[in-house]
Design a protein around this ligand. Sequence first.
Ligand code: CU1
Ligand code: CU1
Length: 287
Amino acid sequence: MYTRKNSRNLTGEERQRFVGAVLELKRRGEYDDFVRMHIEFYVTDGQDGLRAAHMTPSFFPWHRRYLLEFERALQRVDPAVTVPYWDWTADDSPAAALWSDDFLGGNGQGPDQRVMTGPFAYESGHWKINSGVTDREYLTRNFGRPSAPIALPTRDELAWAMDEPVYDTAPWNSTVTSGFRNRLEGWLSEGAERWRNHNRVHRWVGGHMLGASSPNDPVFWLHHSFIDLLWDRWRRRHPKAVYQPSNRLHPDDPQHGRVISLDEPMPPWDVRPSELLDHSRLYRYAP
Ligand code: CU1
Ligand code: CU1
């Protein structure tokens, strides 16, 4: 049993050990295995096949297990390390301590949006992008997308998702407009407000955080640690709500074979969403 802390409360030593363990996984090649897994499971509505990770009810349990695998890898390097979380409703600007030189480094600079500061700058010599969706070898960020500015989600925007009492609803994809899952995952509506909550944060950081290879930016893990915390918070607020779909979809359902119900195994681990609902024996979140 261990604790995941708010990233703003990490001591200097805790930051250093988290960064050190991430860099060691990168050096060993294990980090890029995680990036490749995320690319492999980035299946959208427009594609065929099972959607285990995105645009799907199992968005939360899939990422919970993915984070646990990453955290176990970090802990094989340094048993004291856990994945901190980034509360982007509070630390909502480029001035947040998260982006300091001894933690995740700062914004991308220049026309190529290259990260130039901190341990994940290309010039540090330890962070070469090997599995991206482009052939750029340096990490990129573009905070707030200045060409068409967006802000991080506010508390009210997050509350709009957290207040929703139903977990998810048919057709279980990116188009559903009700249900907690897509209100937090954030594939909704059109225009300026198109990207909500979880997706908005990927858009706000920009650069590598935009696409299937988003775990190339280590902030991915801190973002998804907060998403995992929010799933907990939602379950406590709606104790009668259940994971949906709770039963296998009928073979005539157009989403049959495309989404994972409560007791169907989730690749690549063959773990069921029902086995991932309660993590209280493994870890907790510090307030
Ligand atoms: Cu993901
Ligand atoms: Cu994400």
